[in-house]
Design a protein around this ligand. Structure first.
Ligand code: SAM
Length: 279
């Protein structure tokens, strides 16, 4: 059942009428496959009537799927033409649905209209997917769950665990807020235009941040420093932050971390302990 959803003909027609020429800089690849939209909505596991924030609704493919599933949606779109069109598309496909559109850069959004959202569901613009995800987790504590589509490699990085080859800054910072797991792969062929990478869904469930007396900013500075020089030992990588190699070594030992280890083996709890002892 295509139902409320947009298929290839509708996407082409809508883009043509609006004069939309998708740009790479804004990561504009639109899903034109109702089956994929239904998969994403199912994976999001929404509760009835849940308040969802969507970033980058584009032509409305996923927005319609979320509304059709009974969600109430607040959508943040940077493109003025797309932002203005969403309410009209929604009225035509899911009459009476509850949608609000914020025309803004998601990176600048610090508040949202209406009830606080409990879920973030989005097909994120690829070049800013990680900063947008982390910003929203930080700024909207009401968010309990996240399901986002990102480039497949980025999905792996966000969900990676310590010791994995792709474990890095996105993995540790995401772990500060949530337990992340890679969900379904999504073929590049469900998009118009077809991107040159494959995608995947990542699901995140909010958790309590590690117990620490250090502030999040301080912990994130340690994470950034540790991975800025991936091949160096923590003692060397953190010597700048600590003031000297000896000071870094002392903080690492106090935190119970081997100064000869590398950042890619540490949990977010260990990074938090190091930040505490550097303070
Ligand atoms: N959700 C639609 C879909 O699945 O077909 C479109 C997804 S497309 C990958 C990304 C969308 O994010 C585009 O509509 C683009 O204009 C929008 N976008 C890009 N950068 C943005 C930003 N910084 N803030 C808000 N929206 C942004």
């Amino acid at each position: 059942r295509q139902g409320a959803l947009l298929g290839p003909a509708e996407i082409r027609d809508l883009a043509g009428r609006l004069g939309v020429r998708p740009t790479k800089t804004l990561g504009q690849n639109f899903v034109h496959d109702g089956g994929t939209v239904r998969k994403i909505v199912r994976a999001a596991n929404l509760r009835g009537g849940e308040r969802v924030v969507e970033i980058g609704p584009g032509l409305g493919s996923l927005t319609l799927g979320l509304l059709d599933a009974g969600a109430s949606v607040v959508a943040v779109e940077i493109d003025p033409v797309l932002a203005a069109q969403i309410p009209l598309t929604v009225a035509a496909h899911v009459p009476g649905a509850d949608v609000e559109v914020v025309h803004a850069d998601a990176m600048d959004v610090t508040e949202l209209p209406g009830d606080p959202p409990t879920a973030l569901v989005a097909n994120l613009p690829y070049n800013v997917a990680v900063p947008i995800l982390l910003n929203f987790l930080e700024r909207f504590p009401s968010l309990e769950r996240v399901l986002v589509m990102v480039q497949a490699e980025v999905a792996d990085r966000i969900a990676a665990k310590p010791g994995s080859k792709v474990y890095g800054i996105p993995s540790v910072k995401a772990a500060w807020y949530a337990d992340a797991r890679r969900s379904l792969p999504i073929s590049r062929n469900v998009f118009w235009p077809v991107p040159n990478v494959d995608s995947a869904l990542v699901a995140l469930e909010r958790r309590d941040p590690p117990p620490t007396t250090a502030h999040r900013e301080a912990v994130f500075r340690v994470i950034d420093a540790a991975f800025a020089q991936r091949r160096k030992t923590l003692r060397a990588a953190l010597s700048g932050l600590a003031g000297s190699g000896a000071a870094a070594e002392e903080a690492l030992r106090a935190a119970g971390v081997d100064p000869g280890a590398r950042g890619e083996t540490l949990t977010v709890e260990e990074f938090a302990r190091i930040a505490e002892h550097l303070a």
